[in-house]
Design a protein around this ligand. Structure first.
Ligand code: HEC
Ligand code: HEC
Length: 333
């Protein structure tokens, strides 16, 4: 005869198992279709115009840096560097994030200082550190290129080439850069062979013991929040205050936007300062509960993952890579 404790333990294990299965099914959220803002409706011509602008180095003061220099399709729409190299090859303070699925973000930039892609787009063009271009000058320069004059006229009618229309076209192109149909999506929709067993175990770690979904949740694996996860300083800046720069709230010192994790295996290195070279390094970082205690989120704590669980977690993140995002580099007007 087994002790009552045995039955209680068995029952709780079964219940826990049931709960985690239920939890995972109910946690799956497919990516919704992209919404275009009411004042910037999608048209194919607008997307094509935005694509040309995105790849055009003439948008920069030096005429040799385009958006694609730092958000390069071949490098997961990032630049593969810890920190971006801006105007004059000068190293900037922050890592170039991927622009994949930025259409879904409630905030843009690591500190969320822009809300929309339209608002975001003119930032890097004017920034002296990045593309170092005067916007009035840019409007003049584009007006001197007949191909652009025609394209803007087709898309925006008599408004033609204006700063805001440049931003609208680029934002429309960015909204077409979407990662979806990953092995994780296929698995969650019923194809149980779509993810390896290791990735499936990694999914349990992600949603369970690893506590990743405290912050990486929803269809795009972000809570649209800002957290200080306890990263060490890295790069040219003495201090990277992050969200504090926007809110001036002490609690936001060192807090950065939770990035989405879809397609993330393609855009190493990681974090606002590029301090983690690989997904393995990211997992080690979380496993030790971060590096710097000051102002760190209480949700970051040592995880005691086994070697196998760490591998499984990495394989789960790799299973978030969607269908290849293929673009043809445009021939510029
Ligand atoms: C010199 C490199 C560089 C160039 C050129 C550049 N970016 Fe960026 N981009 C960055 C860096 C670095 C950040 C993060 C900056 C920050 O958060 O303070 C960023 C952030 C972004 C974001 C926010 C993504 C997110 O997850 O928050 C978008 C969108 C973006 N850039 C689009 C563009 C577009 C469009 C262009 C061209 C008009 C462009 N970038 C040009 C380096 C660059
Ligand atoms: C307290 C909220 C929180 C928790 C919990 C959390 N993250 Fe993060 N994650 C963030 C934030 C915020 C960043 C960006 C931090 C920065 O750059 O300063 C980030 C960055 C990342 C990145 C880098 C993405 C990129 O584009 O650079 C990966 C990968 C990642 N987290 C995976 C995980 C995994 C796996 C777990 C669970 C073991 C986890 N996170 C737990 C908030 C969290």
């Amino acid at each position: 005869m087994k002790s009552p404790l045995f039955y209680i333990l068995t029952l709780s294990l079964v219940l826990l198992g049931v709960q985690s299965v239920l939890a995972q099914d109910s946690l799956y959220q497919p990516l919704p279709t992209v919404k275009h803002p009411a004042d910037n409706a999608w048209t194919k011509d607008k997307e094509e115009l935005g694509k040309a602008l995105y790849f055009d180095p003439r948008l920069s003061g030096s005429n040799w840096i385009s958006c694609a220099t730092c958000h390069n399709p071949g490098l997961g729409w990032g630049d593969g560097l810890p920190r971006a190299l801006g105007n004059g090859q000068k190293e900037l303070g922050r890592h170039s994030p991927t622009i994949i699925n930025s259409a879904y973000f409630d905030f843009q930039f690591w500190d969320g200082r822009a809300k929309t892609l339209e608002e975001q787009a003119l930032g890097p063009i004017q920034s002296t550190g990045e593309m170092n271009q005067n916007l009035d000058e840019l409007v003049k320069e584009l007006n001197a290129i007949p191909g652009y004059v025609t394209m803007f006229k087709n898309v925006f009618g008599n408004e033609g080439i204006t700063k805001i229309n440049i931003a609208k076209a680029i934002a429309t192109f960015e909204r077409s850069i979407i990662s979806k149909d990953s092995p994780y999506d296929k698995f969650s929709k019923g194809n149980k062979k779509a993810m390896s067993e290791s990735a499936q175990r990694g999914m349990d770690v992600f949603f369970g013991k690893g506590k990743c979904t405290f912050c990486h949740n929803g269809p795009n694996f972000t809570d649209s929040g800002f957290h200080n996860i306890g990263l060490k300083n890295h790069g040219p800046l003495k201090e990277n205050l992050g969200r504090y720069n926007v809110t001036k709230d002490e609690a936001d010192k060192g807090a950065f936007k939770t990035p989405g994790l879809r397609h993330i295996s393609r855009s190493a290195p990681y974090m606002h300062n590029g301090s983690e070279a690989t997904l393995e390094d990211v997992v080690e970082f979380y496993n030790r509960g971060g590096d710097v205690a000051k102002n760190r989120s209480p949700m970051i704590m040592p995880l005691s993952l086994t070697e196998q669980e760490k591998k499984d977690l990495v394989n789960f993140m790799k299973a978030l890579e969607g269908k290849a995002i293929n673009v043809t580099v445009p021939i510029l007007p």
